[in-house]
Write a protein that binds this ligand. Sequence first.
Ligand SMILES: Nc1ncnc2c1ncn2[C@@H]1O[C@H](COP(=O)(O)OP(=O)(O)OP(=O)(O)O)[C@@H](O)[C@H]1O
Ligand SMILES: [Mg+2]
Ligand SMILES: [Zn+2]
Length: 253
Amino acid sequence: MTPPLCPDCGGTGWKIVEREELSGAVRCHCVSTERATRLVGESAIPPLYANASFENFLLPRDNPIAYRELTEVFLQVRGYAREFPNTKRPGLLLMGSPGTGKTHLAVAAFRALLGKGFEGLFFDYQNLLDRIRSGYDKESNLGDKEAYRVALEREVLLLDDLGAHRVTDWVEDTVTSIITHRCNNSKPLIATTNLIDADAGFATYEKSGTGLVDHRTTLTERIGARARSRLFEMCLVIKMPLIEDYRIRKQRS
Ligand SMILES: Nc1ncnc2c1ncn2[C@@H]1O[C@H](COP(=O)(O)OP(=O)(O)OP(=O)(O)O)[C@@H](O)[C@H]1O
Ligand SMILES: [Mg+2]
Ligand SMILES: [Zn+2]
């Protein structure tokens, strides 16, 4: 089905404007809308998150602490998306427990960047590694070599569930090279992860007097110190609040 022609420019992408005796051609608004639509289509956002946006991100009004903390995170992520590309750091890293809305918020921000005309690609971390590796295993598999190149080159990369699953030297090297390349070239990376890190505010070791230690796997353990260090350098790092898993909450209601 061909989309209907734009009523303002008849599909030419140019509009004639008349200003005091003069007339001239200006770019029509439909050009940017069309580009944004195409960019979303090429971004590989999974169907489950096809509608995830800032507008449909809900704040838990029944829990004042969770409400306040999640509101703050929401505003930070939305602020990043609004200011982009004039942000202090080009990237965004969302860290926290399952079901706290990391991927939802990451996609919302990502979509806002696509709306500004940036080319983006959503990649599930495990899937990206699998594809890169199969490309290396079978020399002929061009499609998968492509995955590595695209992960390096695409203007904006959303890497979902960074550090999930297995660790091998190969994985560490690959992740380090993708992150290093993107960092060196100031190419934005939006990432989500369940891994923890002391510098993001997780209690990875006993702080005097608290007696509390978070024993979950750290970012460094999974992706190595070098990739981790660059991620912190290039990203606005956000720790999700300790809130109930949205998936469970939704099932109950
Ligand atoms: N505050 C929220 N408002 C509306 N929907 C939400 C909210 N938080 C999460 N969801 C929805 O709940 C589901 C799980 O959220 P999401 O996938 O973002 O969690 P996650 O933190 O990425 O979890 P995981 O660590 O398991 O990947 C998604 O369908 C998401 O759209
Ligand atoms: Mg997720
Ligand atoms: Zn038009």
